[in-house]
Write a protein that binds this ligand. Structure first.
Ligand code: FAD
Length: 302
C-alpha cells in the first residue's frame, strides 16, 4: 500500500528514492524512501494521517542546516517544509510558517522596524528547526522572542503551544520530546529603529563571516557547549584542527565546525565526530555531546 503514496497525493511534490545529499547543508546523506514537499497544513495533516494508517515512519526536515543523515538513508516518509514559507507582520508580532527561512524572518522584522530577532540574522535554519533547536547566537535565543507555536501532534491533532509549554532550554524545546511537527510560530518583538537594527544584523554577520567557514558545506557547530568550556577551544587545544577523514575535516578556520572539503560522506562526518570526541575526552577530560542531529540508517555493508 505504501508504494501508492505517490498516487494518493497527486497535488504534492513527492519523490521516491531521493538522495537527501541534495538538500542537506553538509551535502551528504543517503536516500529517503519517499520525500514530500507539502504546501499547506492540510497537506501535512493528510500525509501524516496516511503515514499513520500505513505504518510509514515520518521524519521532518527544515533547512537541513543542523542535520547529518546517515548514508543508509531514511526509511518511510520524509517531509521537507520549505514550501511553507509565508511571513506576516501583525502589529509588533511576526507570524512565520515553519518552512520560512529564519534569515528571511529577520529581514522582514528589520523592514518593519521590529527589534528582537537581530541575533538570528545569520542562522541558516528554518523557523521550525529554530523552534525545535531553540537556536541562538550572540546572547540571543529563540526562547526570548517565541510567543507561541502551532503544532501537529503525532496523532494528527492541531495544537497551540505557548512559550511556557515549549520548556525551552539550551538547544532544546519540548517539541523534541513530543515529536510534534511545528507548523508556524509567532514571535513577539518591540518597536525599534530600522537602521540600528540593520547595523546590528550587519555586525553579527560580519563577525560570523570572519570566524566561521561559511564558504564550505557544514552543519554549523557540531557540538554543544559543555558547561564551563567552549567546544571549539577544547578541539583546538587537543590539536585536532585540520584533522580529516575521507572528505570531512575539522575546520582550520573554526574548530567547532566540520567542513566537507572533498565529497565527504555522512560516514566520514561521523568518523571525524567520534575521533574528536575520543581525543578530547582523553586529552581534556570533557565529553563533547553533539548538537547536530544525526538521523537515518547506517549503510548496508557488502
Ligand atoms: C554555517 C552555519 C551556522 C550556524 N549557526 C548557528 C547559530 O549561530 N546558532 C544556532 O543555534 N544554530 C546555528 N546553526 C545550526 C542551524 O542553522 C540551527 O540549528 C537551525 O535552527 C536548524 O534549523 P533547520 O531548519 O536547518 O533544521 P534541520 O537541520 O532541518 O533539522 C534540525 C532538527 O529539527 C527538526 N525539525 C526541523 N523542522 C521541524 C519542524 N517544522 N517541526 C518539527 N521538527 C523540525 C528536525 O527533525 C531535526 O531533528 C548553524 C548552521 C550552519 C550550517
Amino acid at each position: 500500500m505504501t508504494a501508492d503514496i505517490v498516487a494518493a497525493f497527486p497535488k504534492v511534490t513527492l519523490l521516491k528514492n531521493e538522495s537527501l545529499s541534495t538538500y542537506t547543508n553538509t551535502k551528504t546523506g543517503g536516500k529517503a524512501d519517499f520525500l514530500a514537499f507539502p504546501n499547506s497544513i492540510s497537506e501535512i495533516q493528510a500525509l501524516v494521517r496516511y503515514a499513520n494508517e500505513t505504518d510509514l515512519p515520518i521524519t521532518i526536515i527544515g533547512n537541513a542546516s543542523n542535520l547529518i543523515v546517515k548514508d543508509g538513508g531514511i526509511r518511510g516518509l520524509v517531509l521537507i517544509l520549505t514550501e511553507m514559507k509565508q511571513v506576516k507582520v501583525q502589529s509588533n508580532q511576526v507570524v512565520a510558517d515553519a518552512g520560512a527561512s529564519l534569515i528571511e524572518v529577520t529581514k522582514v522584522a528589520q523592514h518593519a522596524s521590529l527589534s528582537g530577532l537581530e541575533f538570528a540574522a545569520g542562522i541558516p535554519g528554518s523557523v521550525g528547526g529554530a523552534i525545535f533547536m531553540n537556536a541562538g547566537a550572540y546572547g540571543g535565543e529563540i526562547s526570548m522572542v517565541a510567543e507561541s507555536v502551532q503544532v501537529l501532534t503525532p496523532a494528527g491533532e492541531l495544537k497551540t503551544m505557548t512559550k511556557r509549554d515549549l520548556h525551552f532550554s539550551y538547544r532544546h524545546s519540548q517539541v523534541q520530546d513530543e515529536r510534534d511537527v511545528v507548523l508556524n510560530a509567532t514571535f513577539s518583538l518591540h518597536g525599534g529603529d530600522g537602521q540600528q537594527i540593520q547595523a546590528e544584523m550587519d555586525d553579527f554577520n560580519a563577525r560570523r563571516a570572519a570566524k566561521q567557514p561559511l564558504e564550505l558545506p557544514s552543519c554549523g557547530s557540531v557540538f554543544k557547549r559543555p558547561t564551563g568550556y567552549f567546544a571549539g577551544k577544547l578541539i583546538h587545544d587537543a590539536g585536532l584542527q585540520g584533522y580529516q577523514f575521507g572528505g570531512a575535516q575539522v575546520s582550520t578556520k573554526h574548530a567547532g565546525f566540520i567542513v566537507n572539503v572533498a565529497h565527504a560522506t555522512a560516514s566520514d562526518y561521523l568518523a571525524v565526530i567520534h575521533h574528536v570526541q575520543e581525543v578530547v575526552l582523553a586529552s581534556e577530560g570533557v565529553h563533547l555531546e553533539t548538537e547536530v542531529r544525526i538521523i537515518g540508517e547506517d549503510p548496508v555493508r557488502s
